[in-house]
Structure formats: structure tokens, C-alpha cells
Design a protein around this ligand. Structure first.
Ligand code: ADP
Length: 883
């Protein structure tokens, strides 16, 4: 509507312009050509609006111009022929103009429409289009080309194509030949030039495909060219992606195929889809046999439930890692396998299948089982080790290489009274066993460092238990290495050797003592042989004297006196020795009774008189007026006092004084033997009571004796519950021996009455003396015969039996220690004879202890005499036979 209004408006304006121009020209044209300007206006209106406005212009313009400019002016004048012809001519001319103008208008409109169609088309196609004229100047750039080149249509117009469309070779980055230029040059279509990069106005680049074609006009002449191109960056990227995916896929396929693990893929329903070479080897089915089959082909029936679980997990999109299970081979053999199963998803992410990696772990499983067994063994062994470690007697600790205590054994901790907290984590040398002594700490620190450096220490050293007692440990600190020789840890081990050490010390002392005793014993033996020889010499001399005395009574008497004295000396020596033996074996029998010490001293002093007188000693005995009763064996007491008095005399030079004092001091009887003799050095005072001890006095030589007198005296006094003490102000200052004995309670038994004087028997007996010592036997026979008895003798068991059979003696004195048949046996056999029961059998032996007496009694003896037999004792026995 508006278009119409506008068209008609323009038509009316054209009429007005035509009228005005004719009016202006009127002075020159006058009445000629009155309608000339109208033809232009009609043509204009027809060109713009077509028929209707053109007709309007023609009609209205004629009416106005006829009225204004055709004679007669002021009227239409159609009554004039000329005007009527003019009108017809005008109309005809207008029709022609109208037809031509309309045709032109139509042609223009359709051209514009075509142009518009082309533009719209070019703008709307996906490709970029640039057109140029013959010179290669840009005549058109479509929207896509604007976007790709960065040049707007307006900016690009008339610019040389090369500056709008800059391209380089994709690889070489060399400027590429512009296809449009070639198309213009060659007038042909130039095909796609690949691998071209377009550089936009802003410098950005994109890969394009391009082509160009020349434009020819109707005559076929080249008038320009059209360049078509498109951005293929994305396409290229996709292509590249696809290519690399393809490579990936191939690589994956070759990996799968060459993998040592069996790789199998399957649908969720369990249909096998792929089966690699390793799967063929593992399960024994070829891919051909397996693919398309159900996975239950290789699953043991009882394991199918597991498969359902696996599928459920996969459906949730999760994978299953290292699932150890069993599978079946084609030959029926079972395999232990480790499965790793991943879900396979489609592009939309739906799980459509699974890929399984199957690893044969049969061997590994067997190894594991073996290892489990080993582990159990190890645990058991470890438990044993632990028990040993904790319950054994060994101190032990495992130390780090830096000396930190990691694991101590129970004996090392609790055994010493410590707690683990006091020990674990500390350095070994800071352990409570050493800390009380800095020097021990140092030694242990050094030993630990040495062990860490590969050295082993073994030593005995003190250590401290919790009670602060220093004890001794035999300790070893050593490095423990692995097979490669690397030090794994340090071990400290030890044993408490305190007792052993003590024993060793004791043993050492004992050995020293023993060697001292041995030395003394040797000395003693030397002394003994010397002492035995002393009486022998005079005895032999006097025997000679007796042989030559020719019955001279006086000479015989003196000789017998001397011999008797020497014999007493000899018997005393032997008695002492026997006593010593008994006393050391605790086999002394004391026959205790209530004894007055005064009478014992009196007897002792009297008995020693011959010796003391001979040496010119003054002996003073001072005793209390009241009895001094002790509970004692009178014989042994006499022995002790006799010994002390004899020593006083022995070790006091001639003319010295000996004082014997007895007194009561509270409940103790104190008997002192003091002399003015050679005295005793202070360091010897204690020792002189030891066995075989004789004070070494090189200048004075031996005084006689065996060095056992004081030992005996001391032991005997102790057996009586008393004590003996030696005092001396030193060498040359005399000595004093004090015996202390407990006073006897008032009501003790009285001392036995001394035996009556030598007994004698009135009857003559038949006596058989049996002794393998011929002299002993014959001397005894002689003695018996002198006493008026009839005596026979034998020297061994069988001959004794024979003699007994023959002589039928009333008394047999039978030695026990006989060759071939001992005394006990002879006694038994005699007792077995019909006449044997009434015979008096008396044992003769060197052994006089209770035990010996009991044995002889059991064998059937009536009596027991200890050699040398004293005449008086023998007679007492015979007397018993009398009654
Ligand atoms: P011995 O047979 O040598 O006398 P004893 O055992 O009786 O042995 O005495 C040991 C030692 O004690 C003697 O050798 C002697 O040196 C010393 N001794 C004993 N009594 C006296 C004393 N009265 N005066 C000085 N020394 C004495």
C-alpha cells in the first residue's frame, strides 16, 4: 500500500515536473511541442511503477498540458482536428513509451531479484565465497568468507585478492599458489588444493579446502573468478583423531594378542567375543573354538555363582580386581587364576560387556601354600625361640646396630629385678646393669661399637642386679649378619657366673691350701721318718748290749729301762698318728666322765718329771684348793696336758721355768702352761695349731716331734667344748698356752676309779697266737709262756684253722688282716666247729673304733684288742676267762 502511494506520489510529482519544465520552456516553444515533457514523465512513471502510474501520468499530464499549452489555450480544443490527431499521436506514443518502460522495469526488477537471490544464496551457503574481477580485485565476500578471512565485505571490496585471501602451505609454511589467480590465468576450474592454511586478518590460522573457477560473460570471455573455500580444521582434527584411534586400536589389538596374560572379552550375557593367544595357551581352546561360546566353557560348575556376582558388579560399572578363583582347561585340569575384569561400555556409557585379564596363579598359589606352611613352621619355631629366649637361663638382648636395646630376654630383665621399661629403647651401655659403674659403661660402650664394626667381644665382667649386688657375667657381644655379610643387628648374651667364679676362687684357695698341706705333709713325712729313727737307734744299741751283757743284771736292767723309754716314745708317735687319722675322720670316741682337772695335771707333771728333770727345768704347778671338775675323757685330757707340758719343756732351754696353773674363772676351768722358752713370733701364733705346722727355726734345728701335737690338742679340747689359745710376747720371750674347759655341773658322774694294779691270772691256758708278722706272733707267744701259759702260733688263716683243730686252744688271739683267709672268716669257721663255740676268740687289730669293734663282735669274736697289745690288757681278758 505504501509502495503504491509512493509510486503514485512519484507519478504525480513527475506530472508536476513535466508541466513546470514545459511552462518554463513555453517562451521558446510557444505553441509547438506542448506535450514534449510528458513523454519523459510517462517513461519515468512506467519505469518506476509500471502501467497504472504511467497511464495516470499520460492522462493527467495531457489534460493539464492541453489546457495550458495547446491552442486554444484554456480549453482542451479537441474540436479542432489537429488537436484530435495530436491527441491520437500522443496516445500512441505514450502506449509505445509505456510498453518499453514497463519492459525495462520488469527486466530491471528481475535482474535485481536474481542478484539478490544470488547474494542470499551465497550468504546462506556453508562455504566461503569471494569473487573477483578480471584484475583479481575483490568484488564480493560472503558472510562465511568474512568470518574466515576477518575481512568485511566493505573492507575487502576492490582490494587485491592476495591481501584478503592469504594462504600458506600447511607443512612447508610456504606461500601457496592462489587457486583464484590460476583460474583467472588459465580460465579453468582449479580443483581443491589441500593442505592449505588460511591466515586471517587477525593472524589466526585455519586449515581450508579451496577451489576456484573463472567467470565468463555471455560472450564467453573471462570476466572474473569465484573462489570457494571452507574451514576444514575440525574435519582434519577429527580425521587425525580417527587415525590415531585407529593406531591405538591396532596397537591395543597387538598388545592383547601378544600379552602373556589371557585376555577375553564377553557380552554381559556371557558370550565370548574375543580370545587372545595367551587364552588359547592357558585354556587349551583356540579362538575359533571359544568365540561365540558361553563363558561357562571354562568355569567349573560350582563357581558359576561367582560369575553372577561378577556380572552384577560390572553392571554397576565397577571393575573387579585380582579376583582369585578356579577355571577349567579344555583337558579338564583345574587352574588357579587371578581375574581382573573391567566393564566395556558403549558410547552412551551403557555397560555392554566385559573384558577379562586372566593370569595363571597356580604356581604362585602353590608357592603361597608352601610359604604359608613355612610361615607356620617359622611361627612355631619363633614361639620355641621366644620360650627359650624368655624361659632359658641365658641373659640375651637383641640390639640395633646403634646399640639400642630392642628385645631383651626375660632373665636379662626380670631375672635381674628390672622392668622392660627400664631397659627397652635405651642404649645397651645405658642399661641398669652397668650404670652404677662409669668404667663398666665405658667398656660396654666400646664393646658395642666394636660389635657394630664387626668385632666380637667375650669377657667376664661385673654387672649390677636391681638389689645393687655386684655379680659377674660371662658376656658375649657380637654382630649378627645376613647371608650377604651385612650386619643385621647386634646380640648380647651372657651367663651369670658369680657362683662359678666364687667356686673358682674357693678352688684356687683350696688348691693353694692343698699345696701348702702337701708341702707340710712332705715335711711331715721327712720329720716322721726322722722321729721314728730316733728311738730305733737306742733300741738297737741296747739289743746289742743285752746280747753281750752276759747276764749282768745291772746292765740288763739299764738296757731294758732305755728300751722301754724308747718304745714308749715310739708307741706315742704311732698313737698320735692314729689319733690324728681318727680325729680328721671324726672317729674319736670320748669316754666322758666327771674329772678333777687338778689330778690330771698332777699325773701329767709327775709323768713328765724324768724329761723335765733331765733338762733341768723348774716346774711349778699351782692349783686351787677346791676340785676343778670338768666333764671330760680323762685319758684325752691327759694327752692334751701332757703334750703342752712336753712342748714347754721341748722349747725351753735347759734351766728354764715352766709354770702350770689351774684356776676357775666363772664357769670355765683355765689351765695355763707358761714357759720362759724360745717364744713364738706373733705371725706364727695362729698357725701353730694347724696340722704338720712346725715353726721354722733354722738356727735351733729340730726339737723332735711331728707338728701334730698342737693340732691334736686343739681338736680334743674343742671336742670337749673348750678352747685353746697360744700367747707369746715374741721370739725369746717365752710362750703361754691357755686351755679353757667348761666347768662340769655339780651332779655329774664321778670319775672312774683308776684301774687296779696289773692283773694276773692263776690258771695256765692253751693259747693260739695267729699273726702274719712272725716276730709279733713269737714275741707274744714268749710273753704268754713267761706268764705260764701254753702257747702255739700260726701265720695265716688255713694254718690257724689246722692248728686250732690240733691244739684245741681255749684262747685264740687272731689277727684280722691275714693273707688268703682273713680273721673274720677264720673266726666264723672256728665257731662253726662243734668245739668252736666255747673257744675264747680275741681279735688283734690296728683298728680300735666302735665300728671295728662292732664288726669283730658280729663275726663272733669275744674280745677286741688294739695292737700293740699291752700286757696288762691281755691279762685282764684272760682273767675274765677265769670267772
Ligand atoms: P711338734 O711336734 O713340732 O712339737 P706341735 O704341734 O706340738 O708339734 O707344735 C707345733 C710347733 O709349735 C712346734 O714345732 C713349735 O715350733 C711350736 N711350739 C709349740 N709349743 C711351743 C712352746 N711352748 N714354745 C715355743 N714354741 C712352741
Amino acid at each position: 500500500m505504501r509502495q503504491h502511494l509512493k509510486t503514485y506520489g512519484i507519478a504525480i510529482a513527475a506530472i508536476a515536473v513535466a508541466v513546470l519544465v514545459r511552462w518554463l520552456l513555453d517562451p521558446w516553444l510557444v505553441d509547438s511541442l506542448p506535450l514534449v515533457t510528458l513523454f519523459v514523465a510517462v517513461a519515468f512513471a512506467a519505469g518506476i511503477g509500471g502501467y497504472a502510474p504511467a497511464v495516470l501520468v499520460a492522462v493527467v499530464g495531457y489534460l493539464v498540458c492541453a489546457y495550458l499549452f495547446i491552442d486554444p489555450r484554456g480549453s482542451l480544443g479537441l474540436d479542432r482536428l489537429g488537436n484530435a490527431v495530436g491527441l491520437i499521436t500522443y496516445a500512441f506514443t505514450c502506449v509505445v513509451i509505456l510498453l518499453i518502460g514497463d519492459a525495462m522495469r520488469r527486466a530491471r526488477t528481475s535482474a535485481a531479484e536474481r542478484g539478490e537471490l544470488l547474494r542470499v544464496t551465497l550468504d546462506s551457503i556453508g562455504d566461503a565465497v569471494i569473487t573477483t574481477d578480471l584484475e583479481g580485485r575483490v568484488t564480493y565476500v560472503n558472510a562465511v568468507a568474512e568470518a574466515l578471512t576477518g575481512w568485511s565485505h566493505a573492507d575487502a571490496l576492490t582490494r587485491p585478492l592476495a591481501s584478503v585471501f592469504r594462504i600458506v602451505d600447511e607443512q612447508g609454511r610456504e606461500p601457496a599458489e592462489n587457486p583464484a589467480i590460476r583460474a583467472l590465468r588459465e580460465g579453468t576450474v582449479v580443483g581443491l588444493a589441500n593442505h592449505t592454511v588460511l591466515i586471517a586478518k587477525d593472524g589466526s590460522e585455519r586449515t581450508i579446502d579451496d577451489s576456484a573457477a573463472s567467470i565468463r560473460d555471455e560472450q564467453g570471455k573471462v570476466s572474473g573468478c569465484v573462489l570457494v573455500f571452507r574451514d576444514v580444521s575440525e574435519k582434519r582434527r577429527l580425521e587425525r583423531q580417527l587415525a590415531s584411534r585407529l593406531i591405538d586400536a591396532r596397537m591395543l589389538a597387538s598388545i592383547v594378542e601378544s600379552s602373556d596374560d589371557a585376555i577375553v572379552s564377553k557380552t554381559l550375557e556371557g558370550m565370548i567375543q574375543s580370545w587372545n593367544a595367551a587364552a588359547e595357551r592357558l585354556f587349551g581352546y583356540t579362538a575359533q573354538q571359544a568365540v561365540g561360546r558361553h563363558i561357562s566353557l571354562i568355569i567349573p560348575p560350582e563357581r558359576m555363582a561367582e560369575e553372577d556376582q561378577i556380572v552384577a558388579t560390572l553392571r554397576e560399572g565397577r571393575r573387579v580386581d585380582h579376583f582369585v578363583t578356579e577355571r577349567l582347561r579344555s583337558d579338564g585340569k583345574r587352574l588357579y587364576v587371578s581375574l581382573t575384569i573391567s566393564p566395556v561400555k558403549d558410547e552412551a556409557g551403557n555397560v555392554v560387556g566385559a573384558s577379562k585379564i586372566v593370569r595363571d596363579v597356580t604356581k604362585q598359589r602353590e608357592t603361597e601354600e608352601r610359604e604359608r606352611g613355612l610361615l607356620a613352621d617359622t611361627v612355631a619355631a619363633n614361639a620355641k625361640f621366644r620360650a627359650l629366649f624368655d624361659q632359658g637361663a641365658l641373659f640375651a638382648a637383641i640390639l640395633d646396630v646403634d646399640g639400642t636395646i630392642v628385645d631383651p630376654s626375660r632373665p636379662a630383665v626380670e631375672g635381674c629385678g628390672y622392668t622392660r621399661a627400664q631397659v627397652v629403647g635405651k642404649r645397651f651401655w645405658e642399661g641398669p646393669w652397668w650404670t652404677p659403674s662409669p668404667s663398666l659403661v665405658d667398656r660396654i660402650r666400646t664393646a658395642t661399637a666394636d660389635a657394630a664394626a664387626g668385632k666380637t667381644l667375650r669377657t667376664e665382667m661385673p654387672y649390677f642386679a636391681a638389689d645393687a649386688q655386684a655379680r659377674t657375667v660371662d658376656i658375649t657381644i657380637l654382630p649378627v649378619r645376613d647371608d650377604g655379610g651385612r650386619i643385621l643387628f647386634l646380640a648380647a648374651m651372657g651367663t651369670d657366673v658369680t657362683e662359678r667364679r666364687q667356686l673358682e676362687d674357693d678352688l684356687r684357695t683350696l688348691a693353694a691350701d692343698l699345696s701348702e698341706v702337701d708341702r707340710r705333709k712332705n715335711e711331715f713325712l721327712a720329720t716322721l721318718s726322722h722321729e721314728l729313727r730316733n728311738p730305733l737307734a737306742p733300741l738297737r744299741n741296747m739289743l746289742e748290749v743285752l746280747q753281750r751283757a752276759d747276764g749282768d743284771r745291772e746292765i740288763v736292767g739299764r738296757a731294758v729301762d732305755t728300751m722301754e723309754r724308747q718304745l714308749v716314745q715310739l708307741v706315742r708317735l704311732v698313737d698320735d698318728l692314729l689319733d690324728l687319722n681318727r680325729i680328721t675322720h671324726d672317729r674319736i670316741d670320748l669316754r666322758k666322765a666327771r674329772v678333777d682337772v687338778r689330778s690330771v695335771i698332777h699325773d701329767v707333771v709327775q709323768a713328765a718329771r724324768p724329761i723335765t728333770d733331765a733338762r733341768g727345768h723348774e716346774v711349778h704347778a699351782s692349783m686351787p684348793a677346791e676340785p676343778l671338775h670338768v666333764h671330760a675323757d680323762a685319758v684325752r685330757l691327759t694327752q692334751v696336758f701332757g703334750n703342752l707340758l712336753s712342748n714347754s719343756s721341748k722349747y725351753t732351754p735347759g734351766g728354764g721355768v715352766i709354770r702350770v696353773t689351774a684356776r676357775r674363772h666363772e664357769n670355765v676351768a683355765e689351765i695355763t702352761f707358761a714357759d720362759t722358752g724360745i717364744g713364738i713370733a706373733p705371725d706364727q701364733l695362729e698357725r701353730i695349731f694347724e696340722m704338720f705346722v712346725q715353726v721354722d727355726r733354722p738356727t735351733e734345728g729340730s726339737q723332735g716331734g711331728l707338728g701334730i701335737g698342737l693340732t691334736l690338742a686343739n681338736r680334743l679340747v674343742h671336742l670337749h667344748g673348750g678352747s685353746i689359745e697360744a700367747k707369746s710376747a715374741g721370739v725369746g720371750h717365752g710362750s703361754e698356752f691357755i686351755v679353757r674347759l667348761p666347768i662340769a655341773t655339780e651332779h655329774g658322774a664321778d670319775e672312774p676309779q683308776p684301774p687296779p694294779s696289773t692283773p694276773h691270772t692263776n690258771r695256765a691256758y692253751r693259747v693260739l697266737v695267729v699273726d702274719d708278722n712272725r716276730d709279733a706272733a713269737s714275741s707274744l707267744v714268749l710273753l704268754l709262756e713267761i706268764a705260764g701259759h701254753k702257747a702255739a702260733r700260726a701265720h695265716d688263716g688255713p694254718s690257724a684253722l689246722e692248728a686250732a683243730e690240733k691244739e684245741r686252744p681255749e684262747v685264740i688271739l687272731l689277727d684280722i688282716g691275714l693273707p688268703t683267709l682273713n680273721g673274720y672268716e677264720v673266726c666264723r669257721r672256728i665257731r662253726a666247729r662243734p668245739w668252736g663255740a666255747s673257744v675264747m676268740l680275741i681279735a688283734l687289730t690296728g683298728w680300735g673304733q666302735e665300728e671295728d669293734r662292732r664288726r669283730s663282735h658280729e663275726a663272733g669274736f669275744d674280745g677286741h684288742l688294739v695292737k700293740p697289745v699291752e700286757y696288762a690288757e691281755l691279762m685282764t681278758l684272760l682273767e675274765r676267762l677265769d670267772t
